[in-house]
Design a protein around this ligand. Structure first.
Ligand SMILES: [Zn+2]
Length: 299
């Protein structure tokens, strides 16, 4: 009997899941991430795997999603917003302590895999998964497998510049990566709230602005319309390169229902094609996508 263990290593929590061969959940546990303590983070992951195997009385394959990537050149963690992981030999240490290979991918890649295997993009050829939450990450999945890439940055388009910028969008907000006008600074929930603040001098959370828009408040509606056009432009640049069957949204902004209608209505003017059959869809597994996708890294 196959057991697939998936671990989702986040900045505030670590979640583990055990799936049987058909994707049924056999066990699950969520623990706090030992923030700023690398050795304790490794120990917590190892403990979680042991718990899942003891609970199910089986030995499993292990996949893990991280907020970053393992550099193919050095085998060390890079690009992680959980900064205490950067430069650490997480892959090697887990392999050693667990006595087997551990497959590690970016959390947005895991999200895309989960939705491609048995979620909103089940059975299609090419899926682009986008997480628009605190940040903005992307991942590519082809025929149910994650496309990690030679630099392990496949799908990472959040730090490309916002395409087809309007003059009032330039030079654009400064990003933590050191550049201006990154897609993340516009499409993350944080970026959406900042854009509203810039236009109204009112500091609200993303969900509060969306609620105001639903009541028909003009400034909030205008902010959402700007957001939709920016998302249409950012995703059109992906469609022009990958031509995916489905784009799945995850993260806090994926709860905004009107995006699924309005963004595809807008992206046609930016995509180089007579028509666009790519579908923009909401996730099926929601918050569980990361941990399920990690388990599916072993197919
Ligand atoms: Zn950036």
């Amino acid at each position: 009997m196959t057991l697939r263990i998936g671990i989702d290593l986040g900045g505030t929590k670590i979640e583990g899941i055990a799936l049987d061969e058909t994707g049924n959940e056999l066990a699950r546990r969520r623990i706090e991430t030992p923030r700023n303590d690398y050795a304790a983070t490794v120990a917590a992951i190892v403990g979680l795997v042991h718990y899942l195997e003891e609970t199910t009385h089986r030995h499993g394959t292990i996949g893990m999603g991280i907020p970053g990537a393992i550099s193919p050149a050095t085998d060390l963690v890079k690009n992680a917003n959980s900064t205490w992981l950067i430069g650490k030999p997480l892959h090697k240490d887990l392999k050693q302590q667990l006595g087997r290979e551990v497959r590690i991918a970016n959390d947005a890649n895991c999200f895309a895999v989960s939705e491609a295997v048995d979620g909103a993009a089940k059975g299609v050829h090419v899926v682009f998964g986008v997480i628009v939450g605190t940040g903005c990450g992307g991942g590519v999945c082809v025929d149910g497998r994650t496309l990690i890439g030679v630099n392990a940055i496949g799908g990472e388009w959040g730090h490309n510049p916002l395409p087809w910028p309007n003059t009032d969008e330039l030079p654009g907000p400064k990003c933590y990566c050191g550049k201006h006008n990154c897609i993340e600074t516009w499409l993350s929930g944080t970026g959406f709230a900042r854009d509203y603040l810039d236009h109204t001098q009112q500091k609200l959370k993303g969900a509060e602005i969306v609620a105001l828009a639903e009541q028909g408040e003009a400034n909030a509606l205008a902010a959402l319309e700007r957001y939709e056009d920016r998302m249409a432009r950012a995703l059109a640049s992906i469609i022009n390169i990958l031509d995916p069957d489905v784009i799945v949204l995850g993260g806090g902004m994926s709860n905004v229902k009107r995006l699924y209608e309005n963004v595809p209505r807008l992206w046609g003017q930016y995509v180089f094609s007579d028509r666009v059959d790519t579908r923009l869809v909401a996730p099926v597994h929601g918050d569980s996508s990361g941990v399920r996708g990690a388990a599916w890294l072993w197919d």
